[in-house]
Write a protein that binds this ligand. Structure first.
Ligand code: BTN
Length: 329
């Protein structure tokens, strides 16, 4: 019942819902509603109670729980189990340990805070409490190893679609910077780290851990990170909870993982690609190259017209946006 009350308040976030209305719709007494509200408050949910008005889930209220996440998963969700941690070194590390012990496809690990969040190429990923969403999924896709890059592509698409659904104002302002960063209003709001778990004896990839970190309302970055990192919500007002965002992203990832060849994935990726048509720089061994981004190929590769006028496709690595002047000089 607590979950139902929380969901009812969630759909009216920032607005009052009368106790009577809640009691009637759930077929319980108003006293029972009050008891559940008290219990939700103890869990950390910020719920205002005002005589003659009822109850209101405050806009800043945002508690990440396994129950909350599960309640937002779609019917028939492919997420098989939800684990929610208050604090962990890294959800990817945690997921990896579980996967090595045989945890099945579809297990989701979410955390309120990471003490040693990891990014690509050995970077760390700042993961403060309460304002970001840090999640990893264990996948055991029946696909060739060559297609695993598509998981990262699918993750980026999943994040864009989930944010746009929950926050329609984001449409047109959210985009993907190849290969796996999601940008919102010109700043990075999400990073993705996909890692393979190889069987000790078989030497084969037995599972894939795909980790997604999203800055929902973070303002607590160190100076270096705040240069490039942003958050979905720039002000204090949260329009949706992290548990709902987590569930939507996880549902999309699981759906896409079923069929990584689904052309809809790459289509959305292309539509959201912020590099297409832009000048970029990238490293080829020791050499710094410049190029013009022509588009994204069917496997998620970046098609670049290089400084010799030849098209080449980048499959991995980091690229940087540059101004046309810089590229020509
Ligand atoms: C990057 O931008 O370089 C990738 C960042 C990936 C961060 C996520 S947060 C959840 C998961 N756990 C980690 O330690 N890293 C990923």
């Amino acid at each position: 019942m607590k979950t139902k009350i929380l969901n009812a308040l969630e759909t009216q976030r920032g607005r009052y819902v009368s106790g009577e209305e809640l009691a009637d719709s759930l077929g319980v007494t108003r006293a029972a509603v009050w008891k559940s509200i008290e219990s939700l408050r103890k869990e950390g949910h910020r719920i205002k109670a005002t005589t003659n008005k009822g109850y209101m889930l405050e806009s800043e209220s945002d508690v990440l729980t396994a129950k909350g996440i599960s309640s937002h998963l779609k019917e028939g969700s492919k997420v098989s189990r939800v684990i929610c941690l208050g604090e962990v070194d890294s959800t990817n590390n945690y997921a990896k340990k579980l996967a090595m012990n045989g945890e099945p496809h579809g297990t989701l690990i979410a955390a309120n805070r990471q003490t040693a969040g990891r990014g690509r190429r050995g970077h760390s990923f700042e993961s403060p409490a309460g304002t970001g969403l840090y999640m990893s999924l264990i996948l055991r896709p029946e696909t060739e190893a060559g297609k695993f890059q598509m998981i990262t592509v699918a993750d980026a698409v999943a994040v864009c679609l989930a944010v746009e659904e929950l926050y329609p104002e984001a449409r047109g302002n959210i985009g993907i910077k190849w290969v796996n960063d999601v940008y919102f209003r010109g700043k990075k709001i999400c990073g993705i780290l996909t890692e393979a778990v190889t069987g000790f004896e078989s030497g084969e990839i037995e599972s894939v851990i795909t980790g997604i970190g999203i800055n929902v309302s973070t303002k607590k970055f160190g100076a270096e990170t705040s240069e490039i990192a942003g958050a979905i919500f720039a002000d204090d007002e949260i329009r949706f909870g992290r548990d709902e965002l987590c569930a939507r992203v996880a549902d999309y990832v699981m759906e896409f993982a079923e069929d990584l060849d689904n052309p809809a994935i790459i289509q959305v990726y292309r539509e959201r690609s912020i590099l297409t048509g832009r000048e970029i720089s990238y490293m080829k061994g020791e050499r710094k190259c410049f190029g013009h981004v022509e588009g994204i190929d069917d496997k998620g590769g970046l098609i670049v017209r290089n400084d010799e006028g030849i098209n080449e496709t980048l499959r991995s690595g980091e690229v940087f946006m540059v101004r046309a002047m810089e590229a020509r000089s």
